[in-house]
Structure formats: structure tokens, C-alpha cells
Design a protein around this ligand. Sequence first.
Ligand code: NDP
Ligand code: 8X3
Length: 260
Amino acid sequence: MQFSLQDKWVLITGASSGFGAAAAAAFGAQGAKLLLGARRVERLKQAAAAAKKSGASEVHFHSLDVANTASVKTFMAWAKQKIQKTNLHVLINNAGGAIGLDTVAEGKDADWEAMIQSNVLGLLRVTRAALPLIPRDDGASIINLGSVAGRTAYAGSSVYCAAKAGELQITKVLRHELFGAGIRVSTVDPGLAETEFALVRFKGDTKKATELYAGTNPLVAADIAEILVWVASRPPHVNIDEMVVKPVDQADAGKVFRRQ
Ligand code: NDP
Ligand code: 8X3
């Protein structure tokens, strides 16, 4: 039988835009209780209001920088207070993204460090802090956001590809470490999706960001949100290990069909 998300606690990192904000609305529509984190609190507030409107039974938000251990600790202490018991049923490790599209020859230390901090170390920090709140043998799920970039390589994306390959390996390791605990562990790995991802990658250059999606039909945030809900709501004995989701116009990370 499908796992009901009604009144279950769902924690989403990077909930201020894109997949995270859409996931808040989608889990909200299932009647879940939401804990949302990201750095831009004003945007979290908007995502929280939309999720409440979609049917969430409770929505709370708090600033979170997954690149900072102290911030993760503060956030999780706040989350623990809200949840009270060990009943965090869904953890969505979504915070992350790509910064820059430089070759290795032109790469910037700050960009490399930020990508490893959010996509890899942030995922580890949040998961470490959340694990004591996740119930055993009760249908709980940890769902990590990977990428096609973690499974293939393209020029200008060395560290982002490495970070998402790291996410995939961490997901697999967790499945070993949680063996017997009755906690599901999944990775959902999208291809080209129109969110603020490109704006962040191109450091606020809206022209370049818009061009990335020009003439093609990318995924949208709601496509991934719907899949995250589906993964978490499978019967408790079913673990969706890995899911790769691309637009029909995309054959591989660097190969996108564009209509004139
Ligand atoms: P967005 O840029 O729209 O969202 C990224 C989210 O991550 C924002 O809410 C941002 O919040 C948050 N975030 C980034 N860094 C941190 C941090 N240090 N601490 C806390 N939150 C952080 O992009 P997407 O929704 O597309 O990206 C979501 C995830 O999906 C990322 O992991 C990305 O790599 C992955 N992905 C995206 C694809 C795409 O094509 N769009 C494809 C495959 C995977 P804030 O800035 O407020 O902190
Ligand atoms: C984002 C997908 O193809 O831009 O993770 O690397 S891609």
C-alpha cells in the first residue's frame, strides 16, 4: 500500500526556489508537515505561504546555510524542537547547484569550494544531523538531488560533475550504512530543468541563463517535485534507488535539441 504523507514531517533543504520550493508545494498538497531551509529567508517565506495554500498541515521555515556546520546545527536544533519525537519521515537533500562554467585551466577556487561545500559537504552535514530524527522501520526516506552531471562529463563542469558523482556515491554508501534500519535512500538525478540553476551558474547573467533554455523544452520544477512525492510515497518496503529524469529534448548532459 502507498505510504501516506498526510501529517508526516518532511524536511527540505534549498526550499527557497526551484525544485525545493516546488517540492514544498507538492508535499504540502499531500497534507505533510514541512520544515524548510535555505539562506534567502524572504524567499522561504513565499515558498512556505504557497505550500500552506496547497494544503500543508503545518509549514515552518528557518535560515540554513548547508556550507556552514554551525548553521546546520542551529537549523537541526530548531527542527528537533518542532518535531519533538523521532518522526522525520522524509529528508530531501536538495540544496546545491553549479557555480561558473570555467574549464579547469580557468577555474576559480571560490567557485570550486562553494560547489563542494553545498553539494557534497552540505549533504553530509544535513544527513548526519538529521539521522537521529529519522524513525527506523517506519517508511522513512532520504532523497538526495543528484544530476545527470554526476553520471557523465562535459567541458566547464569538472567540479559540479565531481560533486554530483560524489552525491551518487554518498547515496550508495548510506544505503550500506543504513542496511537493516528500514530507512529508504534514493537519488533523483535530473537533466536540464528551468529553475534559478542557470542564473546561479552564470552568476546573475540573465542573458546567458535564458539562452540555456532557448529553443528547447526543459523540465520544470514541478516535474521533479511530483517525482520526489512519488518516490517517498511508494509502499514502505520499496526503495527507488536511482532515478534519472531528462527532458525528451536531451540525449545527454551536453546534448540538447534546440528548435530554430
Ligand atoms: P535553484 O537555484 O532554483 O535552487 C537551489 C536551491 O539551493 C535554492 O533554494 C538555494 O537557496 C539552495 N542553496 C544553494 N546553496 C545553499 C547553501 N549553501 N545552503 C542552503 N541552501 C542552499 O536550482 P534547482 O532547484 O535547479 O537546484 C536544486 C538542486 O537540483 C541542486 O542540488 C542542483 O544541483 C540540482 N539539479 C538541478 C538541475 C537543473 O537543471 N536545474 C538538474 C539536476 C540537478 P538559497 O540561495 O536561498 O540558499
Ligand atoms: C544540472 C544538469 O546538465 O546542466 O545538474 O549539468 S546539467
